[in-house]
Design a binder for this molecule. Structure first.
Ligand code: F6P
Length: 336
């Protein structure tokens, strides 16, 4: 049996560990052949592949990024594609010509949607959820999230000392796309005083009150953690908007930091390495059992899988009832 493996969408820590988990299990345990597909679905359009051997997998466990390269190619998007070009059919033909019995897709929400469409066309496909944003429906966690939260928490810790020395308000913007998971987890782990999430509407007067009350209680500085996806005036990015509004409302010296791609780069945490290894191994096991059209999940502490059509098009968002939000509120954190 021959499998092909690709990584699609934005990169994140743990992809290489997942590739290693899939391929080592395939080669050592099941005696399968593995083709690495370069640059996501673009590699299937171009037939840009390499044969993976045990040697290709050396040093991958702790390496950031993806050795396969990635792209945001969406083969089912019709916009800008000439009417006589049928990318999905071309990819299906190339998969056949390359002798690939099943494709393993490592990707985020967009990739799960694409994988579900290929599965519906009858292509043998298994996918692994990947994103720092943790917004993929059906899995408690995706690898990359723990690493991003660790990096963001470290940044918040570092902002505390400079905020306190200068008696400033420090606003830090973290990633997450439309979801507030990174902001919630790093904000709570880093002891943020205000944590703003796209899922919870905020009022500037509540933020002002929280900061001014801290001053009254002898705490002349504040840490404000904002998710990139919060509502702004549409002209300024989240950190800039909130920092300027806080300064205007309170008259306090306020600074902003946008953490950016640092959250996505570098080595995965031990938790993410093990999650990647387990998810990758389970993906290969599904293939060996002929169970296609499924996405690997982590539910509680169990690695399992669900049909791709159940995942496609859904987002997992933070809710008011999440225990970190409830506990944060009890401890005086302002969520808006
Ligand atoms: O999905 C991961 C993510 O890093 C988001 O948090 C962020 O909004 C987006 O990707 C950035 O994407 P790009 O790599 O296209 O700038």
């Amino acid at each position: 049996m021959r499998i092909g493996i690709l990584t699609s969408g934005g990169d994140c820590p743990g992809i290489n560990a997942t590739i290693r988990g899939v391929c080592k299990t395939a080669i050592h345990h099941y005696g399968m052949e593995v083709l690495g597909i370069h640059s996501g679905f673009q590699g299937l359009l171009d037939k840009d592949v390499e044969v993976f051997t045990d040697k290709s997998l050396s040093g991958l466990l702790n390496q950031g990024g993806t050795v396969l390269g990635t792209s945001r190619e969406k083969p089912f998007k019709k916009k800008g594609v000439p009417a006589d070009v049928n990318k999905p059919a071309l990819i299906q033909q190339h998969i056949r010509e390359l002798g690939i019995d099943c494709v393993v897709c490592i990707g985020g929400n967009g990739t799960q949607k694409t994988a579900a469409k290929f599965a519906a066309m009858g292509v043998n496909i298994v996918s692994v959820p990947k994103t720092i944003d943790n917004d993929i429906w059906g899995t408690d966690s995706s690898f990359g999230f723990d690493t991003a939260v660790t990096i963001a928490t470290d940044a918040i810790d570092r902002l505390h000392s400079t905020a306190s020395s200068h008696k400033r308000v420090m606003v830090i913007e973290v990633m997450g796309h439309k979801a507030g998971w990174i902001a919630l987890y790093s904000g709570m782990a880093g002891g943020g005083d205000v944590i703003l999430l796209p899922e919870i509407p905020y009022k500037l007067e509540n933020i002002r009150e929280t900061i001014m009350n801290r001053i009254k209680r002898g705490k002349p500085y504040s840490i404000v953690v904002v998710a990139e996806g919060i509502q702004t005036d549409g002209n300024r990015r989240a950190a800039e908007f909130i920092a300027q509004e806080i300064e205007r409302e309170t008259g306090l010296e306020t600074r902003e930091t946008v953490l950016g791609y640092i959250q996505r780069g570098g080595s995965p945490t031990p938790f993410d390495r093990n999650l990647s290894t387990r998810m990758g191994g389970h993906a290969t096991e599904l293939i060996a059992n002929g169970e296609y059209g499924r996405m690997i999940t982590l539910v509680g502490s169990e690695i399992s899988s669900i049909p791709l059509e159940e995942v496609a098009g859904k987002l997992k968002l933070v809710t008011e009832e999440h225990d970190l939000v409830v506990q944060g509120r009890r401890m005086g954190v302002c969520f808006g």
